[in-house]
Write a new protein. Structure first.
Length: 250
């Protein structure tokens, strides 16, 4: 039987998802709260990953090892890197890479030590399923997700993209840093702080996963302002809607 793990990078976002659970039990391990229960008829475990690659690694490992999740979805926000991406768009991962990993000259820049690869692929079936869930929501209209006021304020007209996501232990908020990352990884769509760590955990444990990120900012000097507003006014509602739709399709 499926036992879906849902991890989120922001406490506020994941609180909205926790509220969807019925028949709940709360388990605390390593300063983390795992809420076990059901959404609809699907068994789920929901947790706040905490921020950054190490924190997310701990949480993802516990999800798999302690709670036996069969599939892992990570949901959160990201800074846009590709031209054309705008706040409110949604990116679902094809591949994950750590933009701050560099063990040269022993191995090439960005390569995962002892894993002989730079990118970790997300599971194609979960990625496609998440895509169908997001497209259903887009078809229903974004104002049903977040309300008309937020649609106006953030100019929301979401487009769904599939592609590469880069993770690192840095909030990217300057044009210089943004350009530096893009000069080495020109094909990435967005940056965040956890996805590639979760991907590596899932690779090692052979657990299917995918990463779903809503663009909250454009990873430049405005990033912190856009990010804080977006989290409060939009991201929570997006997460709740996306997870509700995913469990209908699992
Ligand atoms: N998550 C959301 N926006 C981000 C950014 N600009 N950098 C890193 N992680 C993010």
């Amino acid at each position: 039987m499926k036992n879906i793990g849902i991890l989120g990078a922001m406490a506020q976002e994941i609180d909205e998802v926790k509220a969807l659970l019925t028949e709940k039990t709360v388990v605390k391990i390593a300063n983390r709260e795992f809420v076990v229960g059901k959404i609809g008829n699907v068994r789920c475990v929901v947790a706040f990953s905490k921020w950054g690659k190490v924190a997310a690694t701990i949480t993802a490992t516990l999800m798999i090892q302690e709670f036996g999740v069969t599939d892992l979805f990570f949901i959160g926000t990201a800074g846009a890197m590709a031209d054309g991406l705008k706040v409110g768009d949604i990116v679902i991962s094809k591949r994950l890479v750590q933009h701050d990993l560099d063990a040269r000259p022993i191995i090439p820049r960005f390569e995962l030590p002892l894993l002989n690869r730079t990118y970790v692929d997300s599971d194609p079936d979960l990625t496609a399923l998440a895509g169908r869930a997001v497209n259903n929501l887009i078809d229903k209209g974004v104002k049903n997700m977040v309300g008309e006021e937020a649609v106006k304020e953030f100019n929301l007209a979401p487009t769904l993209y599939f592609g590469d996501i880069a993770s690192g232990d840095q909030f990217i908020s300057s044009d210089a840093k943004r350009q530096e990352i893009l000069s080495f990884l020109p094909d990435i769509l967005c940056v965040e702080m956890e996805g590639a760590a979760v991907a590596q955990v899932c690779l090692e444990f052979n657990t299917p996963f995918t990463i779903i990120r809503t663009i909250s900012d454009t990873a430049n000097h405005n990033a912190h302002v856009d990010f804080n507003k977006f989290i409060v006014e939009v991201a929570n509602a997006y997460s709740r809607a996306i997870v509700s739709e995913i469990v209908k399709l699992v």
